[in-house]
Design a protein. Structure first.
Lengths: 240, 240
DNA sequence: TGTTATTGTAACAGTTTGTTACAATAATAC
DNA sequence: GTATTATTGTAACAAACTGTTACAATAACA
């Protein structure tokens, strides 16, 4: 393995074979719900940021570190949502292509062509505060709107689908607050985020009352950058 | 490997290394919420029913078949809820003991002593309609009330804890109906099950109205085996 | 035939949710 | 300045839902 280009070693002995992880990183730009997708050098292959588990680290450690390396984003709060273990979820041809186009020896990395079971995680991050950086294996890392995804490798589309489903289910419990919006936001932005995630629409007044009733919001100063109308308040999430 | 005693082979080449699964099988006997626990021959080791994934079967197939083999129960609807990958979750000493007490060669089965990541599933079954049978490796398979569990191997107590948490969260959505109660049951039995699972108590009248309002119940004939009082109706779950 | 315990419902109050209405404004146009 | 315009924050009312109490309708048994 070319350790100049790839400081992270991929020696078979260092890793647990057959085990991978993948991540679905959600961001909201105020209008659309987006996720981060990697494109591999000269392959036209698109994939979720993922990686492998070293023998001497826990799954959780591997995922946190691995996803941060591959996306260039720190302080991710990743939540495990499902493990994928279908027989359809290996594509040795694609993996060969990725190795080849990165100048890596296929024989030496043969274990990567084998069957993998993947533990999938998702995270919500504030679109405006991050600057994703592709890792050496990948050409680019880009935000894609959920309805404009490129065709993804293997079962990665299924993983995205399931991630969104889980996000919808957990929306009210705890999550949205964490990271998806800027630190301060208007009620309208909050409603937009909810609507994009759930795919539903809400009545403005009922939504506002419901949100305020949760007692999870703190009201701040008004936001005066708007148009010819009453200025909205800014809110932030109360830390519990 | 002694294939006389153990018709299921455990040859390293047949399985995906480092990958295991475990199952939490819930049953309700009308009074207590219970789970199935295996005890290994002559070891005093208690564990959840689990197994490994063959190279030529999907994770889901392996789990369904594996759990049915180890418990003697057919037609389980298993739901994946979390994957456990901590560094604390191997106990090669215990595994050696299990192999030894079953007359299995430790050297030949060395891969079983290595680190495993385990995908955990749970199932709800009708206590009265099953007759669990231990597999050859285990001495016994028994129902244990959740508050009277024996000490479990490795991180299996954590797995049980998380399974119960998931069960509680999903209770209203879809699950309870599936299998936890007999085909026909009284409102009181339903309420008992809910209370044991959630750990809460409910007012009889409000509970009854809430359940009937879901439109998921079909009312049948009355049950006359009771005491000196008005006979309750029997209900069953509507298949959606 | 009365007694007893439990069940199925109704009635009322209190709470939450859906909808409509309207006053309070920021920016802009005059 | 003053009127105009779009949007926001709330209040008001109705409808739906929940919690609680009350009570009639029983099965079994004495």
């Amino acid at each position: 393995m070319n350790t100049d280009k790839h400081p992270q070693s991929l020696n078979k002995e260092d890793y647990l074979s057959h085990i991978a992880f993948d991540s679905v990183i959600f961001g909201f730009n105020g209008k659309d719900l987006k996720i981060l997708i990697l494109e591999y050098h000269n392959t036209g292959l698109f994939a979720l940021p993922g990686g492998f588990v070293r023998r001497n680290e826990s799954l959780a450690e591997a995922v946190t570190k691995g996803v941060e390396e591959r996306t260039g984003i720190d302080d991710l709060y990743l939540e495990q949502f499902q493990t994928f273990g279908g027989l359809n979820r290996s594509d040795s041809k694609a993996m060969e292509q990725i190795l080849e186009m990165n100048g890596l020896d296929i024989k030496a990395n043969e274990w990567l062509l084998d069957r993998f079971i993947s533990i999938a995680y998702y995270a919500l991050i504030n679109f405006e505060e991050v600057n994703p950086i592709p890792d050496p294996l990948a050409d680019s890392i880009e935000w894609y709107s959920l309805d404009e995804l490129p065709p993804l490798m293997m079962d990665h589309e299924e993983i995205v689908h399931k991630a969104l489903e889980t996000l919808r289910e957990n929306l009210d419990k705890k999550l949205l607050g964490m990271n998806l919006l800027p630190a301060k936001f208007t009620m309208k932005e909050l409603q937009n985020a909810y609507e994009k995630i759930t795919g539903e629409t809400f009545k403005r007044t009922a939504f506002q009352r419901r949100m305020l009733a949760t007692k999870n919001l703190v009201r701040h100063e008004k936001l005066f950058t708007g148009g010819a109308h009453r200025a909205p308040y800014l809110y932030s999430f109360k830390i519990k």
